[in-house]
Structures are given as structure tokens and as C-alpha cells.
Design a protein around this ligand. Sequence first.
Ligand code: GTP
Length: 414
Amino acid sequence: ATPALSAADNKNIVRRKLTGYVGFANLPNQWHRKSVRKGFNFNVMVVGESGLGKSTLVNTLFNTALYPPKDPKQPSLEIIPKTVAIESTSADIEENGVRLRLTVVDTPGFGDFVNNDESWRPIVDSIESRFDSFLEAENKVNRTNIADTRIHACVYFIQPTGHSLKPLDIEVMKRLHTKVNLIPVIAKADTLTDEEVTAFKKRILADINYHNIQIFEGPRYELDDDETIAENQEIMSKVPFAVVGANTEVQIGNGRKVRGRRYPWGIIEVDNEDHCDFVKLRQMLIRTHMEELKEHTSNVLYENYRSDKLTSLGVTQDPSVFKEVNPAVKQEEERALHEQKLAKMEAEMKMVFQQKVAEKESKLRQSEEELYARHKEMKDQLEKQRLELEEKKNRLETGRPLEEKKGRKGFSLR
Ligand code: GTP
């Protein structure tokens, strides 16, 4: 059952085995034909200091001269830029009838200044402005065929120093990781030995972990089969990819021509997995995870940016929209209602109890008052009697003795 269905909808779903061919098994083919007809697009950004081999690697990756070869005679000093520039190059490439509109966004000037503090800003601005254009297009009346210019992957070139990440690398990665799929690569890995590459990779990963930088991790495992999971783990075990770029072919021992770089001491082959991680990077970026990179950009990175942006603009989501479709929210709501009912009953019981206590107390107070009044009355009566007796006594003591004597006398006389 899909999570979008409510509990009531789920109850109405019955599982049936088909007795004959219906034809919806052909859906993937329909999807395939439609996608091929429409073509694909992929936008990749390359970030790294100049001279790290960015253009060479992109050309090697797509096996095309996307970047025209630089003319060494042309001095690049005529106009010295003051900030990092954002340059976008697009090309339509085709392989076995499948068309791909590839856009490479370069960031010339990055890390080239004396002060590189703000180097990340034009890059982040460019990524955000692409999100903004997409958001704007989505909000238009006609939103079919929106051109997707969002950056789907950002290949970050790390200088092959063999030490660890530089403060500039950390700063830039921290600024980028929530907005783009970061793929770190060690540039010109042929300048390091195997042991140096292994140690360098460890230190880079430790830095990335320490600074909580989120790099692209490949697809989620839940829906994949064991083979795909193993393949993905193998690719991810090579991150950060130690890459070598070369657009020229060199002849190796058996007369075979390979893409590689020739040195006095030997040849490094770009497409040889024993020599570098270029094949794994290409596998991730193009062969297996291109769709995943696009989906993650759209469903996670863009969605987060979009909701933050709309929230900051004061747009709120009507919570009732979620109540209908989300069983967890519905359950939570029912629980809250039940708790409310219990609280109400408890309050009512408390009130009745308090009322009874108050009644009892007032009855007790009343009988206490009555008792007190009776007690006072008796006391008053006793006091009165005492006073009367006192008076009598006084009278007897003062006046009566005579009378008494007289009386007695008289009596005795009588
Ligand atoms: P900017 O365009 O100035 O930013 O440079 P970039 O990063 O695009 O570098 P580019 O691809 O122009 O390469 C610069 C130099 O490095 C060239 O001479 C390349 O031949 C060389 N180079 C490219 N890739 C590699 C590599 O993997 N290993 C080695 N040793 N050299 C490389």
C-alpha cells in the first residue's frame, strides 16, 4: 500500500491474481520510449582551483570536446577577473539513440585570489538562482515543460596535496552541501602514490565527518536488490574518487590504444580501475546514479530550499491537507482527541468531587455553628443561673440573715 492512501482506502484494496495478459506489464517500455523521445538533461557543476584538470576531466567523462582546448599562446592576463565567474556550457550528445542535453557549469577564478573568503558566494548564488527560476516557473499558470536548470551534481576538485582538506575546501563544502549533491574528487591523482592516495582519502573523509558535511551517498537501499546494493557500496567505497583526466590516446605494450597519460616511467590509463577511480566516478555520475542525482536534487535539496523560501515569505501549509492523507498524523490526531476526552472526564470528576467536599464542609460548618450556638445558649443560661444564685446568695448574706434570725426567732417563738 502506498503511504499516500488513507487507512480507509487501504482497507478497500484487494489483492488479485490476473488470469490473463492485460498489458500493463508494458508500462516500463512506454516509459522508456517516452523518455527516449523526450531526451534527458543533466546539469553538472565543477568547482576547484584553476589548473586542477576540471575541463580535462569533463571532456574525458563525456568523451567529447565540450571544453575547447586552451591555446597556450593566448595570455589569460588581459582581463583579470575580480570575482569568481559562473560559466555555463551546454551540449547535446547522443549515444545509441538516447539524447542527453549536458550542461557543465564552471567556476573560473575560484581560489585564485589573494583573499578567497567570499569565493563560495557566486557559486551559492548561482545554485539558488536556478532554484528560484524553477520555483517561479512552477508557480506560473502554464507549468508544463519547465526547463530544469538546477544543478544535479557538483564535482568538487581537491588539490592533491596529500595532507588534508584546506580551510577553503571546508568552507565551500559547508556552504554547498545542503544545496547540491557534493561529489568530492582528488584531482590529478597520478601525482600521488597508492599509499598516499589511501591515507589522503582517509584524512579527507575524517575532515568531512568532523565538519558534518553531507556528501552524495547514492540511492537508498530499501528498494534495491542485493546486486545493486553491492555495486553501490563498491562505488561509495572509492569516495573521494582519485581521478586522472586525459583526452589523448596513447599506445600501450600490446599495440592497444588507451586514454591515458604517458610519463618517462610508464603510462597511467584513465579507464583502468587499477590505476585510478575515474571509471567509478563515471559509473556513479553517468551510468548508474544520474537519475538518482536528479531525483535527490528535486525531492530533497530543492524541496528543502522551496519550503524554507515559502515559509520565509509567510506561506503556511494548511495542516488539514496532511490529516487526510497521512495515517501517522491521523493516528496522532485520534490520540490527541482521546486524551482530550480523558482530560475532560477527569476535570468533570474533579469538579463533582470538589462540589461534594464543599457541600460536606458547609454541612459540617453549619452543624458546628449550631453546636456552638447551643453551647453558647447553655453557657448563657448557666451564667444566668449562676448570676441569679449569686444574687440570691448576696441577698441572703446581706438581708436575709436578719429575716432568718427574725424568722427563726419568730419560728422558735411560735
Ligand atoms: P582552468 O580552466 O584554468 O580552471 O583549469 P582546469 O581546472 O580546467 O584544468 P585543465 O583541464 O585545463 O588542466 C590543466 C593542466 O593540467 C593541463 O596541462 C592538463 O593537461 C593537466 N591535467 C589535467 N588533468 C590531469 C591529471 O589528471 N593529471 C595530471 N598530471 N595533469 C592533468
